[in-house]
Design a protein around this ligand. Structure first.
Ligand SMILES: Cc1cc2nc3c(=O)[nH]c(=O)nc-3n(C[C@H](O)[C@H](O)[C@H](O)COP(=O)(O)OP(=O)(O)OC[C@H]3O[C@@H](n4cnc5c(N)ncnc54)[C@H](O)[C@@H]3O)c2cc1C
Ligand SMILES: NC(=O)c1ccc[n+]([C@@H]2O[C@H](COP(=O)([O-])OP(=O)(O)OC[C@H]3O[C@@H](n4cnc5c(N)ncnc54)[C@H](OP(=O)(O)O)[C@@H]3O)[C@@H](O)[C@H]2O)c1
Length: 267
């Protein structure tokens, strides 16, 4: 990734601050990543999201949830964004560049965190599209690598050009945080549904689970005793994937009743 150019925040309020875009990377015509300056005191657990906003001409604001991609110790906040044509927030965001400002609510929120899952042998991180974002931060958490023997990151997109962060994911295996001891633990399984791409699976995630193709690709046997799942992305994918996992004997993880699955709808 490129160097961060740090720019100071400009505007402050009780609930939010205006933070500057310090870095921007376009992956695809509808996908880009950007970093914001991080205000002092902004804390989060990997998997949580921030609310980002823009001021509107009528004096109001538009706010949208964005999962953090970066690590809790980075001095910037990185996000990975779709551009929705005509979308109230992203059509504004897509016009901005380094030095422009974005509003950031002071408190991160959300319950899509790995600590909600009981320990197990396998951690499956299932994403469509920008649902990849929280996993990039979660995979920077050392205890996740300690708690699970196998970590399988599955990223499902329509076209191969939407497989963002491939180099960064490969680099996670060599991350100084984990060292060689953990390098073997991570498997990355890209899925492309609307193109045939060598090295990529080609069906939607629920179908790959049902057929056993996903487990076979990872060389693992899915078993509620040892398998744990995080699901994030298209709400229909989240629903269909959870329905498939229920058929395989898995349940939502709740405080009162430990289960195998935590999920987050991507919009
Ligand atoms: C908990 C949570 C975390 C989120 N994290 C991210 C994130 O890290 N990155 C991100 O880009 N978005 C994320 N979103 C979605 C984000 O909040 C906005 O919906 C998105 O920025 C589009 O805003 P918009 O105003 O342009 O369009 P909206 O009016 O919000 O959405 C219009 C339509 O665009 C589609 N859409 C919205 N978001 C997405 C998306 N991410 N991928 C594919 N289609 C989408 C849906 O069909 C939606 O109905 C998250 C949402 C939630 C609830
Ligand atoms: N990607 C594009 O080229 C494109 C073009 C025009 C508009 N858009 C708009 O951009 C937005 C986001 O597009 P996106 O491509 O990031 O997100 P998306 O439509 O959620 O697709 C991402 C991946 O999720 C899969 N998927 C969709 N529904 C699923 C389900 N019920 N179960 C399992 N998997 C499912 C898709 O498979 P399938 O391929 O089988 O659907 C695809 O591989 C949408 O609002 C869309 O209308 C995108």
């Amino acid at each position: 990734m490129s160097e961060t150019i740090t720019a100071p925040a400009t505007q402050q309020d009780d609930k939010f601050s205006a933070e500057r875009i310090s870095w921007l990377h376009r992956w695809h015509d509808k996908l880009f990543s950007f970093r914001l300056t991080r205000p002092e005191g902004f804390r989060f657990t990997p998997g949580q999201f921030a609310r980002l906003g823009h001021a509107l001409p009528d004096g109001g604001h538009v706010w949208r949830a964005y999962s953090m991609v970066s690590a809790p110790w980075d001095d910037y906040l990185e996000f990975y964004s779709i551009v929705v044509p005509g979308g109230q927030f992203t059509s504004r965001l897509a016009q901005q560049g380094v030095g422009d400002s974005v509003l950031l609510e002071r408190k991160a929120t959300g319950f899509f965190t790995a600590d909600r899952l009981p320990d197990g042998e396998q951690l499956w991180l299932l994403a469509t599209g920008t649902g990849l974002a929280p996993y990039l931060s979660i995979l920077l958490q050392e205890d996740v690598w300690q708690r699970f023997e196998h970590i399988v990151l599955v990223h499902c997109v329509r076209e191969v050009g939407e497989l963002a962060y491939r180099e960064e994911i490969a680099a996670l295996r060599e991350h100084p945080l984990h060292g060689d001891a953990y390098a073997h633990k991570l498997q990355y399984l890209p899925v492309v549904t609307r193109e045939q791409v060598p090295g990529c699976l080609h069906e939607r995630i629920p179908a790959l689970l049902a057929s056993g193709e996903l487990a076979a690709a990872a060389g693992l046997v899915i078993d509620p005793e040892v398998s744990r799942f995080m699901i994030c992305g298209n709400p229909r994918m989240v629903k269909d994937t959870y329905a498939q996992l229920q058929q395989m004997g898995c349940r939502l993880a709740r405080l009162a009743a430990p289960g195998q699955v935590v999920l987050e709808n991507g919009w």
